[in-house]
Design a protein around this ligand. Structure first.
Ligand SMILES: *[C@@H]1O[C@H](CO)[C@@H](O)[C@H](O)[C@H]1NC(C)=O
Ligand SMILES: *[C@@H]1O[C@H](CO)[C@@H](O)[C@H](O)[C@H]1NC(C)=O
Length: 620
C-alpha cells in the first residue's frame, strides 16, 4: 500500500566550492573561464566543456554567476554514461562529519515500472554513501526498513536513525528481504560505513515519520510518527515521545504521553502531524538548570514544551496557528522551518522562521485541494527571553506584533528546503508550487509545478529587500536538498504514481548549487590552532585573503529529510584580535546552550563572503 510518502530529500554540505582557482585576480574573467583544472568537482553541465549555452560574453557570464549562482549536475564516473547518480533517491541525507560524504537512503524499489531499475551495484539496497568530491557512491546495506525514519548525529559523529517503515518480507516486491523498521534504532558508523541495528532496543510504538532532536548529553528525543500506514484504516498518529540514550544505548523514556493541548496531535486533521517541527531552544531555567525547552509546531497549533529532569514533557506556552492559511510545519503540507542565526552580541536571541507550506485539506482525502497553490509566506517570530517566558509574559508578547512578521516570496512553495548558510543568510530551494507532495491516499503525490528557482533570504535587511532570486535548477525536487553546496534529489517527478513500494520516475541525480559567493575571491583558511576545542575556549584561525576577515561562524553537519533539519543552526562566534592573516575567536559557553557538543564546520567571513572551505572542529 502506498502511504503518504512519495517525497522528500535534502542535504547541506561541508564546503563552498569556488569555480575559480584564480584567487586574487581582480577581473580576469577569460583566464578564469579557461581554467577548468580549478574546478574540484566533475560537473556534467560544466560550461567549460559545453552543455548549457553560455552567454556570448564571458565577462557577462561570470557576472551572471556572481549575481545568481549556478546549478550543475555532478558526474558519476562509475556510471557507464557518467550520468549523475547517488545510487539512491536521497529521501534522507546526512552529512558525515569530517568528510565530503553524505549518507543517503530511500525506500525499497518497486516490483516493476519504467524507472524502477536500481542503479549499478545497488540491487535492492536502500542506502549508499555518496562522495560529493568524486561523484561516486558505495552501497551500505541495511535490513530494517529505513524509509521515513528520523535521524540525528551524536556528539561522536555516529548517525542515530529511529523508526522507519514496515518490512516487506513475503510481499510481491522483488527485493523482499527488508524487515520491520518502524520500532528499531540503528546506528551508522561513518568510519566503517556500516549500519548496525541495536539488538533488543525497541521503540514504544511504531514510528513512521518521527522527528528526532538530540540533547547536549546525547539523549535523542523521538517525537510522533504514524503507528501504521495511514493508507490502511487502522492508521493513526503516535502522539507520544520516546527518549533514546545514545550513551547507554537504551530507551530511557517510553511513550511519554504529554499534553500539548488536545489539538496538537490527535485533534487536528490526520496527515499533518508527521515529522512535526521540533526545535531545541538555547534556554536555561536558572531554577531548574537540567531542564530543556523545545519549540514544537505542526499545522495549526504549536507549543513551547519543557522537558523536566524527571522526564516529563510539560507545556509552557501554547501559541495559535499562523494566520495565513497553509502555513504548516508538518508532513505533508510542510513549510521548512529554521532557527535564525545565533549571535553572541544579541545574547543568542531566538527567532523562529518558516518558509512556505502546503494546503491544509480535510483529512488525507485530497479531493478538491490538491491543486491548490502552496503558501507564499515567510513567517518570522521572535521569542521572548527565557526570563520573560518563565515569568509568563508570553501572551502579551504574542500580541505584540513587532515580534511577528509575514513576508511574501515571489512564488508559493511547499516542501522546500531552508538552508542556513555559513554567512547567516538562508537559501530556500526545491519544492513545488502547488498540491501536496505525498500526503494522499489515492496513491501518490499531487505536487505540481516544481519550484525550480532558488531564493536567498537575508534576515537582517529591511523588509522588502531581503529576497534575491538565484539560479534555476532543471530538476524538480520536492522536499529535496541543497545547501552551501547543493546536492539534491527527489523521489519522483510531477504526477508520479506509486507502483509497488516506490513510485516510478525516481530521481538519482545530484546537483551542485554554487552560490554567488563561489564566484568571488574568498578567504582561504590556512591553519586552526586547535581542532578539539572546549566550550568558551579561544582559538586562532590563520587565513590568506586580500582583505581582513570580519567574522567567524560554526555550523553543525545536517541531517535532513522531508524539509526538516532540526539540528541545523549557524552560530556566530565572538571575535577578537583580527590581523591581516589571522583571527582569534571564542567558542560559545556550555551554559549558553546554543551549541551541542560535537562536530562543526568552522568558517571565517569577509563581510558576507565565507571561506572557500570550512575546517572541521570538535566541540565539547
Ligand atoms: C588553474 O587552477 C589551478 C588549480 O587551482 C591553479 O593551480 C593554476 O595556477 C590555475 N591556472 C591558471 C592559468 O590560472
Ligand atoms: C546489497 O549490496 C551488497 C553489497 O554490494 C550486495 O552484496 C547485496 O547483494 C545487495 N543486496 C541486494 C538485496 O541487492
Amino acid at each position: 500500500m502506498a502511504g503518504p510518502a512519495a517525497a522528500a530529500v535534502a542535504m547541506v554540505l561541508a564546503v563552498l566550492v569556488s569555480a575559480s582557482g584564480a584567487a586574487h585576480a581582480s577581473a580576469a574573467y577569460e583566464l578564469r573561464l579557461a581554467n577548468t583544472s580549478a574546478i574540484p568537482f566533475h560537473l556534467l553541465d560544466n560550461p567549460f566543456k559545453g552543455g548549457r549555452a553560455l552567454l556570448a560574453d564571458p565577462k557577462e557570464q561570470w557576472e551572471e554567476w556572481e549575481r545568481i549562482g549556478r546549478y550543475s549536475q555532478i558526474a558519476n564516473p562509475q556510471m557507464p554514461d557518467k550520468h549523475s547518480s547517488t545510487g539512491q533517491v536521497a529521501i534522507h541525507s546526512v552529512l558525515l562529519p569530517q568528510s565530503y560524504k553524505i549518507l543517503v537512503f530511500g525506500r525499497n524499489l518497486p516490483l516493476s515500472g519504467p524507472k524502477s531499475k536500481p542503479e549499478p551495484g545497488v540491487g535492492g539496497n536502500v542506502s549508499t554513501v555518496y562522495d560529493v568530491k568524486t561523484g561516486t557512491y558505495v552501497v551500505t546495506p541495511n535490513y530494517e526498513t529505513l524509509f521515513c525514519a528520523g535521524h540525528t548525529i551524536a556528539s561522536d559523529g555516529m548517525v542515530v536513525a529511529a523508526g522507519g517503515d514496515m518490512g516487506v518480507i513475503g510481499g510481491k516486491n522483488r527485493y523482499n528481504f527488508m524487515k520491520e523498521g518502524r520500532d528499531v534504532v540503528r546506528l551508522f558508523d561513518r568510519k566503517t560505513l556500516k549500519w548496525t541495528t541495536l539488538p533488543g532496543v525497541k521503540l514504544s510504538e511504531y514510528r513512521w515519520y518521527p522527528t528526532q532532536v538530540v540533547l547536549p548529553d546525547d539523549r535523542v528525543i523521538i517525537v510522533s510518527g504514524f503507528l501504521d500506514d495511514p493508507g490502511r484504516p487502522t492508521g493513526k498518529p503516535a502522539p507520544s515521545i520516546d527518549i533514546f540514550d545514545y550513551k547507554t544505548k537504551r530507551i530511557t523514556v517510553r511513550k511519554s504521553r504529554y499534553d500539548l493541548g488536545k489539538k496538537f496531535f490527535t485533534n487536528i486533521t490526520p496527515g499533518y502531524q508527521l515529522y512535526p517541527t521540533v526545535l531545541l531552544l538555547p534556554w536555561t531555567d536558572p531554577d531548574a538548570p537540567d531542564d530543556h525547552f523545545l519549540l514544537m509546531y505542526t499545522c495549526r497549533t504549536g507549543q513551547i514544551v519543557r522537558l523536566t529532569k524527571d522526564n516529563q514533557f510539560l507545556p509552557l506556552w501554547n501559541f495559535p496557528g499562523l494566520e495565513p492559511q497553509g502555513m504548516c510545519a508538518a508532513f505533508s503540507a510542510m513549510g521548512s522551518s529554521v532557527l535564525m542565526p545565533f549571535r553572541p552580541e544579541r545574547d543568542y536571541e531566538v527567532e523562529f522562521a518558516m518558509f512556505g507550506g502546503g494546503t491544509q485539506g480535510k483529512g488525507l482525502d485530497c479531493k478538491g485541494i490538491c491543486n491548490e497553490p502552496a503558501s507564499k509566506y515567510i513567517f518570522r517570530m521572535k521569542l521572548p527571553t527565557v526570563k520573560q517566558a518563565l515569568a509568563g509574559e508570553w501572551p502579551k508578547y504574542w500580541a505584540f506584533t513587532g515580534a511577528k512578521q509575514y513576508e511574501e516570496m515571489p512564488w508559493p512553495r511547499v516542501f522546500a528546503d531552508a538552508v542556513l548558510l555559513p554567512n547567516g543568510k538562508i537559501l530556500v530551494c526545491n519544492g513545488a508550487q502547488r498540491g501536496v507532495p505525498g500526503g494522499t491516499i489515492d496513491g501518490g503525490s499531487t505536487a505540481k509545478q516544481g519550484a525550480y528557482t532558488a531564493l536567498l533570504y537575508d534576515p537582517d535587511k529591511p523588509a522588502g529587500k531581503r529576497i534575491t532570486t538565484l539560479a534555476t535548477s532543471k530538476i524538480h525536487r520536492r522536499g529535496s536538498a541543497a545547501g552551501r553546496l547543493g546536492n539534491a534529489k527527489s523521489e519522483c517527478v510531477d504526477n508520479c504514481k506509486e507502483g509497488g513500494l516506490a513510485p516510478a520516475g525516481q530521481e538519482y541525480r545530484a546537483e551542485l548549487l554554487q552560490l554567488p559567493y563561489a564566484f568571488v575571491d574568498r578567504p582561504v583558511i590556512t591553519s586552526v590552532s586547535k581542532e578539539n576545542v572546549k566550550y568558551g575556549e579561544k582559538i586562532t584561525i590563520g587565513y590568506k585573503h586580500g582583505k581582513a576577515v570580519t567574522a567567524a561562524t560554526i555550523t553543525p553537519p545536517s541531517a535532513n529529510t522531508h524539509s526538516t533539519n532540526m539540528m541545523q543552526r549557524v552560530i556566530f562566534l565572538k571575535t577578537s584580535g583580527v590581523t591581516p592573516d589571522s583571527i582569534t575567536v571564542e567558542l560559545p559557553s556550555l551554559k549558553s546552550r546554543v551549541a551541542n557538543p560535537g562536530y562543526y564546520m568552522l568558517w571565517i567571513l569577509e563581510g558576507d563572503v565565507p571561506a572557500k572551505e570550512a575546517r572541521w572542529i570538535k566541540l565539547g
